[in-house]
Design a protein around this ligand. Sequence first.
Ligand code: SAH
Ligand code: SF4
Ligand code: F3S
Length: 466
Amino acid sequence: MKKEVEKQNKFLSLSKNLLKFKFGEISPKAYVHTFGCQGNVSDGERMKGLLSDMGYVFVDDEKEADLILLNTCAIREHAEDRVFGNIGRLKILKKNNPDLIICVCGCMVQQKHIEEKIRKSYPYVTVVFGTHVIHKLPEFIYRALNTGKRVYDTDNTNLEIAEGNNVWRDGSIRAWLPIMYGCNNFCSYCVVPYVRGRERSRKSEEIIKEAKHLVSLGFKDITLLGQNVNSYGKGLEEDINFAKLLRMINDIDGDFTIRFMTSHPKDCTRELLDAMAECEKVAKHLHLPVQSGNDRVLKEMNRHYDREKYLSLIEYARKVMPDLSITSDIIVGFPGETYEEFCDTLSLVEKVRYTSLYTFIYSARKNTKAAEMPDPVTREEKGKWFDELLKLQERIAAERTAKMNGKVYKVLAEEKSKTDGWLSGRTSGNVIIEFPADENVIGSFCEVLVTEPLNWIVKGELVKTV
Ligand code: SAH
Ligand code: SF4
Ligand code: F3S
């Protein structure tokens, strides 16, 4: 991989020179749009790092761009429809500017049928590349600039991790730090293992280096990313696991918060929960997607845990971290799920009392096992179940935020809120708090007194910065 990175650095210089030749003193403009999860956002930042090193500057309006890059997501049908809507819109831009380079990358194009659809139906897309080769962006751009021909690379055999490139950070307070890529779990509904390939972990040395760099740049909230961070370290030569990695990052000097996602319940250990409890920089927030509260459905989903194991994890986690905030993902209307089985999800939600939930109506994904299962319940019926779940969670969330009233929380002030003169921040438990304060407080940890709990967020008053 080292050789490949060196080769790409050569392409980077070549592209830079070529762009200089074409654009002169004016910087070429790139518009980058990322869909999907934080893993994809992080990939987007890495690609922006490469583009920036080639000389591109970033614009918010695709109409101004010389290069458009759409970094796509395939998790649900709706996500793919949105991307195709976007690609369709670009046709006219390409017509007006034949030199425009349009790149489509990410999870969607890692599927053969999508790659073929783009090849056939969207001839104005110049570059198509998958999730395993994002480090080859300099070469793709060089080839597109140099030959004007279409470039395709959706190779999925490369499992090595490219290290050492500059990363463009979209923010200056919160940062994404990938610790591993891919997924081995093959949950029966999920496309990720097919589009992201097998699990592979970054060396702890590289992660620590990046974390230290982020802290030195002033980042205050670092989220470690992986589809299943609990299996971090498998396959590495060093003796490490996720709990150990958390402790190593916690030992880095500085005032910052460590978050992580996502934890798979099947690999969530007491060792990890103990590490969370003992590491003062680790946020007391656990995102532990349950997907369903019914054992038959969990088995069909291939999740490798049951309701009892999940609830016992929650019980232990709350024992060692009494203030722990827990969030989850839930799929409504998995093929063959009955209303009675869905009611087990409702009762689990009632029992765990999540801070918040990400809820999804099941969406069939090509080539997955669940897509072959009979799915007799109508979309309309699933919609009713979905609303029932939302209503329940809304009540629980409101009850939880009501309990925050009158208490003081440590909050990282992150940005201006929509209300003039107000800022928005988040607690260790990942609850958003809005409070009136001066802009120069952004980026500081503050103590905020909660004065008005709303359904999902709370409002408060600044006590002091800490
Ligand atoms: N690796 C994470 C999840 C990543 S995908 C984990 O295992 O927890 C984020 C969420 O999207 C999943 O937790 C699931 O709730 C939802 N999801 C995935 N595939 C889906 C599908 N086919 N239909 C509906 N929701 C889906
Ligand atoms: Fe998908 Fe399951 Fe992997 Fe999560 S753990 S990415 S839901 S296959
Ligand atoms: Fe989507 Fe790929 Fe993430 S499918 S959710 S962008 S891993």
